[in-house]
Design a protein around this ligand. Structure first.
Ligand code: ZN
Length: 255
């Protein structure tokens, strides 16, 4: 009789005290390769990857490209903003407010007119001064920055490319286009850290093709990365999911 009671008690204690922590991964794609991204929608669907597409120069999008973005959105991807003229915030000479009014606000308005609700912004060239970060966070919820594997090391060594419970509104990302030449086992080191620490790893790329040109990602390589996610059972999220991801975790952790 005692033993029968003891087993459920063990299950209760161990089942509730430590929820399984799996982390997450965010794939982001920048600039304006809308037709190209739409061509690969089945690849995303096959692996149930929901990405975030950061679109620059929305004023140049024609009706066909706008409906391409709508297709991506209806597949569950996030459409986000990458600026009106792809201006490098570090080189901008005016005030933070000037940067917002010239580069960010008109781009977001344009995208709002097209029917996209914008909550995330990615900096052209990946970096910005703190003053601009702070100002933009009054207008968008998430800022994505960017880095590359500058130390030729494991990407799991780059703290800034991980969103964490205490820092997810501003997060950097690791470039995985072919010019960065990041081996798949290195990508996996990044995934395993996210799982171990319950963080969200953020990656970025541009056009999906096999040209081997800088700032393109080979579709076969991208598929291998998606396969790694499937093998390691890490789920993909969009930038806009980050708050829910972490508040959900908090609820689970407090049980
Ligand atoms: Zn860009």
């Amino acid at each position: 009789m005692k033993r029968i009671l003891f087993i459920p008690l063990i299950l209760l204690v161990f089942g509730c005290s430590k929820p399984q922590s799996r982390g997450g991964i965010i794939f982001t794609f920048d600039d304006q390769s809308v037709r190209n991204w739409v061509e690969y929608r089945d690849l995303f669907r096959k692996y149930d990857v929901k990405a975030t597409f950061f679109v620059s120069r929305p004023q140049l999008l024609d009706q066909g490209l706008i409906s391409g973005l709508k297709t991506l959105q209806s597949d569950g991807h996030e459409i986000a903003c990458h600026g009106l003229n792809h201006i490098d915030a570090r080189l901008y000479r005016g005030s933070a407010d000037g940067f917002y009014k010239e580069e960010v606000e008109p781009a977001i308005s344009k995208m709002n007119e097209m029917g996209f609700k914008i909550v995330s912004f990615a900096y052209a060239f990946g970096l910005a001064p703190d003053s601009i970060d702070q100002l933009l966070l009054k207008h968008v919820k998430y800022l994505r920055k960017a880095t590359w594997n500058m130390y030729t090391t494991l990407i799991s060594n780059y703290d800034k490319i991980y969103a964490r419970p205490d820092s997810f509104n501003i997060v950097s990302s690791m470039g995985i286009d072919c010019n960065y030449n990041i081996a798949l086992d290195n990508i996996e080191s990044g995934i395993l850290r996210a799982e171990k620490n319950n963080e969200v790893l953020v990656l970025h790329a541009h056009k999906i093709d096999a040209s081997g040109l800088d700032y393109t990602i080979n579709p076969a390589y991208l598929e291998q990365v998606f396969k790694l996610c499937k093998k390691d059972k890490i789920k993909s999220y969009r930038m806009e999911d980050l708050e829910d991801f972490f508040s959900h975790r908090k609820l689970k952790d407090s049980h």
